[in-house]
Design a binder for this molecule. Sequence first.
Ligand SMILES: [Zn+2]
Length: 236
Amino acid sequence: MKDLSKILEYQELDIELRKIDNEFNKNSDKKKLDTVKNDFNAVQKEFTASVSEAEALAKEIEQVYADARASEKRIDELEKAFNSAADDTAKAALLPAMETEKSKLDSYKNKVTNKIDKIRKLLAACSQKQHEKKSIKTEFDKIKAMLEKQLATIQPEREKIKSRMRELRDAADKELMDFYLKYRKDGAPPVFVKARVSGDDYTCYCGMQLSSSSTGKLKSDKMCRCDTCRRIVYID
Ligand SMILES: [Zn+2]
């Protein structure tokens, strides 16, 4: 028959530690810190998006410049041809192409102006975001310092529990401890539960009555697995 005392003490401490941590997470500045962290990340995301957009626009401007240079070159060629044309008919024949090219050049100029304007606005937004990030960071640091102070008040108790848990982990029955740790990871504690006895009925922590074979095992081995929730049910 296995001795459950160490594993039960371990379980009790584990639940206590969890309770301390839950209380801390619920009541401390941790929630505030999470909120501020999310705020920062949201601003950071916007900032990165604005920078990418500005970079994309800058690339587009390069392309428009290249188009504008080609257009200017074409206009030069047309003007040369115009000036050296043999007669008025030849000159007149060149005019539509010159007009088209000139209006193209104008549209390139407008495109560049528009894009530069957009970049300016994006950069202004970026600078605004930088300020926001800075002030959020200040807030973050403030809350973090407060949180560390709060954590320091519960830390000695946590350490005491954890150190005793380490001792128990080494001292307890390995098979039971492995089972506990595995079950604890999958579900909520407690893992080892005392049977509720009423006459000949044995009921698990989960509220379900044990089968007759489990009850038989419980009586002979002092422990068994619950048929429903798979916890280990024990009796003194
Ligand atoms: Zn059960």
